[in-house]
Write a protein that binds this ligand. Structure first.
Ligand SMILES: [Zn+2]
Length: 105
């Protein structure tokens, strides 16, 4: 859960670069310092999918019935939960260079 940085030159990626990459369907990040292209790790894609969907499912199935919430309360809570998970995604996403990825396969 550390900040993302370039594996080649150590340049730290900006939070907005990471968030923009995830929003645009895990678009590769190009290091603004050395130009190295970084792809998102497949395993972190899986974790992100779980982090974004599981709290919503949990909210809908359990919390709403336990606290008998109104539809507007469910909506507000859902938005807060979704915002929190989207915020945490940037710390979960792991990037690797194209070279690293092909050497693993
Ligand atoms: Zn770099």
């Amino acid at each position: 859960m550390s900040k993302q940085s370039c594996t080649k030159c150590g340049h730290e990626f900006l939070r907005k670069e990471v968030v923009a990459s995830i929003r645009k369907g895990y678009r590769p990040i190009t290091c603004s310092s050395c130009g190295e292209v970084h792809l998102i790790n497949d395993f972190s894609k899986l974790i992100i999918a779980m982090v974004v969907t599981l709290p919503i499912i949990f909210l809908l199935l359990f919390i709403t019935s336990v606290f008998s919430m109104s539809p507007s309360q469910i909506l507000i809570t859902g938005v807060i939960v979704l915002a929190a998970s989207i915020f945490s995604v940037q710390f979960i996403a792991k990037y690797e260079t194209e070279e690293n990825r092909s050497s693993k396969i």
